[in-house]
Design a binder for this molecule. Structure first.
Ligand code: TMP
Ligand code: ASP
Length: 236
């Protein structure tokens, strides 16, 4: 018997026969701006589950430990159950989104080097940006060495995914990761790797292929998600 463990904005997590394994059901539902904007994107569940499965497999081959086990159905992933760390770990290669608002720099400015930011995963607070002191001594979310490990891992993931996406003709502008603890205490990459939590622009002409099309009513949302899936499958 499976039981619903948790329902998020884009996924439902179910228990499985094995207490260490959960089943994620990817939904077509989309939200933005802390759920103030809501809608659906046709076949997003299939795109996000399939793209995530491919990218987790790619990362595992490069030695990154992830929660991915397999994809038993188009919209489902079997995942190792983690105790999630309530941080959104954002890596940026190019100025976009909230970094435009925070700095006044132009959208599309290439950063001298990739940067990592941490946001507190708390909808009621609107996922605020945290500095190291907030994480370590105020909220005590992780230890100093674990925070270094998160930064190093996120940058390593960035290197691997950026190269892969270039091979797909896509620029990885920025993305969000979430990590958790496995039962043995090790830090493992969780959540999903999909056009919902990345910015992806075509290499040829900076055409937006990610959730910004939904956030900002740019049109051709479902077809952009399909284009990402097609390009990822062609290079896997
Ligand atoms: P931002 O520019 O809005 O801070 O977003 C940075 C990256 O993080 C971008 O690729 C979108 C992703 N992201 C999420 O996955 N979930 C969120 O709730 C937010 C705000 C951003
Ligand atoms: N997923 C988040 C929400 O619903 C924010 C976003 O991706 O823009 O609100």
């Amino acid at each position: 018997m499976t039981e619903k463990l948790y329902e998020g904005k884009a996924k439902i997590l179910y228990t499985s026969d094995d207490p260490h394994i959960v089943l994620a059901q990817f939904k077509d539902d989309a939200t933005a701006f802390n759920a103030q904007k809501q809608g659906t994107i046709a076949d997003k569940g299939t795109v996000n589950a399939t793209v995530s499965a491919h990218l987790f497999t790619l990362l595992e081959k490069s030695g990154i430990s992830t929660h991915f086990i397999d994809q038993p159905a188009a919209t489902q992933l079997r995942l190792q159950k983690l105790r999630m760390i309530p941080l959104e770990v954002v890596v940026r290669n190019v100025v976009a989104g909230s970094l435009v608002k925070r700095t006044g720099l132009s959208n599309g400015t290439v950063l001298a080097e990739p940067i990592v930011e941490f946001y507190y995963k708390d909808d009621a607070l609107g996922d605020p940006l945290l500095n190291d002191s907030h994480i370590l001594s105020v909220l005590e979310l992780v230890s100093a060495s674990q925070l270094s490990e998160l930064r190093a891992s996120a940058l390593e993931v960035n290197g691997i995914l950026s190269q892969f996406y270039v091979d797909c003709g896509i620029r990885l502008i920025d993305f969000k990761l979430e990590y958790g603890f496995a039962p043995d205490g090790s830090i493992v990459l969780g959540d999903e790797l999909s056009p919902d939590n990345c910015r992806l622009w075509t290499l040829s002409d900076n055409r937006v292929l990610d959730k910004d099309r939904f956030r900002f009513d740019m049109g051709e949302v479902a077809s952009a998600y399909q284009e990402v899936l097609r390009r990822v499958l062609a290079h896997s």
